[in-house]
Each structure stands twice: as C-alpha cells, then as structure tokens.
Design a protein around this ligand. Structure first.
Ligand SMILES: NC(=O)c1ccc[n+]([C@@H]2O[C@H](COP(=O)([O-])OP(=O)(O)OC[C@H]3O[C@@H](n4cnc5c(N)ncnc54)[C@H](OP(=O)(O)O)[C@@H]3O)[C@@H](O)[C@H]2O)c1
Length: 340
C-alpha cells in the first residue's frame, strides 16, 4: 500500500459528481480512476475532475492494481453485486447509502468482507458531520441525561416519474431506501436497535413507497418517531430528547452545521460546527485513515449498525408491501449484458 490512498469511482452519476470534488480537501487521498457502463461518460467525468484513468466497464476498475479503494455510487440494488466482486478482488469499499436493497444482500456483503478481511463502510456521511460528532459527545457526556426518544423527518416533493430511479423498484425506488435510511440510521446511532418497528405509509403505482411514518419501539418506553416522504417536502429536522433536556438538530439534520442544546434551567445554547468541503470529506477521511491503518471496518459507522438499519428498513418495507431485490446483473462486463 502506498502512502497515498488511491480511489476509484464506480457509477459516475449525480452524487459521484458532487462527492469527488471533496478529494481536493482530503490529505493523502486522490481519485485516480473512474468506471462507468459507458466509456464516454467515464472519460467525460475523468476530464471534468482531473482523474487519470477512465474505464468503460466496472470489471476493468476491479482489475486495476493501482486502485486501493472504490467508491460505489450506483443505485441501491446495483451495490451488492459490485461490492461482492470488489471485496473478492481485494478492493476496500465505500458504498453509498442505502448499503443494499435488501437485508439478505447486506448480510452477504458483510459476510464476504469478514471472510476476506477487506474494509467496507456504508457512506452514511451524517455520522461524520462535525455537528453530529459534537451531538454524540454531548450525549455521551450526559448533557441531556438519558436519551429517551428521537424524532426526525426527511422528505422532498418529487413529481412521480416511473423512469426515475427514485420511483423505479428495479433501481431501489422509494422514500425508505433513499431518505428513510437517514432517519433510521440517526435513531439507531442514538438509541441502538429497537425491539420492533411499526410502519404506516403509501405506495406509488410502481410499487415503491411514497411516504412512511415509522415507530421504533425499544420495549422499555424509549421510542423513535420518524417520517420520510417523496410526496411532500419535510423540514429535515431532528430532535433528541433526554431526561434532563433535549437537542435540536437544525435542518437539514442529515448534514447539519447547527445544533441547539436545551437544558432544564439553562438558556438554550447554539453550537455551530462547519463541515469540510461539501461535507463528504469527513467520510473520505475516515475511510482513507482506516484503509491506511489496515482496519476492516469503521468504529463510527460499524457494519453491525449498517446491518441493523438495513433490517429495520426491510421490516418497514415489508409492512408497507414494498418488494425490493438485488440486481444480479449489476456488473456488466462480468458475463452479463450491459444495461443502459
Ligand atoms: N450521500 C448523499 O448525499 C447521496 C445523495 C444522492 C444519492 N446518494 C446515493 O448514491 C447512489 C446513486 O444515487 P445518484 O442520485 O447519484 O444516482 P444517479 O445519478 O442515477 O447515478 C447512479 C449511476 O450509477 C450507474 N448505474 C449503474 N447501474 C445502473 C442502472 N442499472 N441504472 C441506472 N444507473 C446505473 C450510472 O452510471 P454509469 O452508467 O455511467 O456507470 C449512474 O449514473 C444511491 O445509492 C443514492 O442513495 C447519496
């Protein structure tokens, strides 16, 4: 392993376009290669971002010996196949949220990561935002007593378009996997994994979930009440309630800069923590440092938490009647025909 950690980008779509700019503010890491299903898109992306090597198939970047870590930014059902092949090729991974489309898919990726001893982490960037790190430190220091409840919402108004990945089940469509993953992961970070989840919501004609309210029941009075929607905008607010106060996480809570601490008998305290770059740099730093140190997972975004969240989302989807599946042909160039 060289001192510089060399990254490859798989699936140069909207999020990859934004995230890759944050390499400029990460020491000791560089994006050196990009792979698309189309060589034209790969070359255009490489040209825009000063990336050395462009590949017209995902299989080619897996075979590049001068790439240490892959950032997988394909739609959710197209993570599993690519992740399995990458782990077997010895490539460390940062996999976009939601980690996979199904609980079984996530379990398989984690099992192969553990067998091969190769690093993998879900790109849940919220956990690395400096304001969220501060929130965790306040809670751990007892600033609001014992955490009893979490509220969070995240929603956007999107016009229904069955061809858009947000609504197409073959591309992991629906509010739960795209936005619900943030509210579920936030609650799981603070309260742990609940005994049961209760979901109510509605579906689009495609069968993808349009909106959902979730109750996490911890069996001892602790709860999380969560909302997500692709039908209507929601403020993106979160609140963490403890026995001696609460903390507001100001919108949008999944990449916040400001939290407000409310303690019984004290004036509210506003705490601001700016992000580095557009906020993706923090997870890039974490993965870069973990890979350099030879770790197999992140202590901030552990695989057990990713599996727990994926299972909660899966249970909610099942209650709503949403049927997700992994795409077994997500790795064109690996014997399967390319999909455009
Ligand atoms: N962290 C965040 O803030 C954030 C924000 C948005 C999205 N995300 C996550 O990032 C992932 C991608 O989201 P996105 O909005 O960037 O999606 P997108 O714009 O549709 O890009 C996804 C890319 O994946 C590739 N791809 C591979 N198989 C595909 C298939 N069967 N259909 C369509 N595209 C396919 C395509 O690139 P090529 O064909 O060129 O290879 C496409 O450009 C999702 O898991 C999403 O949840 C994260």
């Amino acid at each position: 392993m060289t001192a510089e950690i060399r990254w490859g980008v798989v699936g140069p779509g909207r999020i990859a376009e934004n995230l890759v700019k944050d390499f400029a503010v990460v020491d000791g890491a560089r994006a050196v290669a990009v792979a698309s299903r189309s060589i034209d898109r790969a070359q255009a992306f490489a040209g825009r971002h000063g990336i050395d090597r462009a590949y017209g198939s995902y299989a080619e970047i897996l075979a590049d010996p001068d790439v240490d870590v892959l950032y997988v930014a394909t739609p959710h059902p197209q993570h599993h196949d690519i992740a399995l092949a990458a782990l077997r090729a010895g490539k460390a991974l940062l996999v976009e949220k939601a980690f996979t489309a199904t609980t079984a898919g996530a379990e398989e990726v984690v099992a192969v990561a553990r067998q091969t001893g190769v690093f993998v982490m879900e790109a849940m960037w919220t956990r690395f935002q400096p304001a969220v790190v501060e929130l965790r430190e306040l809670v751990a220091g007892g600033a609001i007593g014992e955490v009893r409840s979490v509220q969070a919402d995240l929603g956007v108004a999107r016009e229904y378009d069955p061809a858009d990945r947000l609504f197409d089940l073959a591309l992991g469509g629906g509010a739960l996997l795209d936005l619900g993953v943030y509210v579920a992961s936030f609650a799981q970070m603070l309260l742990g994994t609940p005994e049961r989840v209760v979901a109510a919501g509605s579906l689009f004609p495609s069968g993808a979930d349009a909106e959902a309210s979730l109750l996490f029941d911890y069996g001892d009075g602790r709860t999380a009440t969560l909302m997500t929607s692709l039908r209507n905008a929601l403020p993106g607010q979160a609140r963490v309630f403890g026995t001696t106060g609460w903390i507001d996480v100001l919108p949008r809570f999944h990449h916040p800069t400001t939290i407000v601490l409310h303690r019984a008998g004290a004036e509210p305290e506003t705490i601001t923590r700016e992000t580095i770059g557009a906020g993706y740099a923090h997870e890039l730093i974490e993965v870069t440092e973990c890979v350099r140190a030879g770790r197999t997972e992140s202590a901030v975004m552990p695989l057990a938490d990713t599996l727990a969240v994926q299972s909660l989302l899966g249970q909610a989807a099942e209650q709503l009647g949403v049927r997700h599946a992994e795409d077994p042909a997500a790795l064109p160039g690996d014997g399967a025909p390319p999909r455009e």
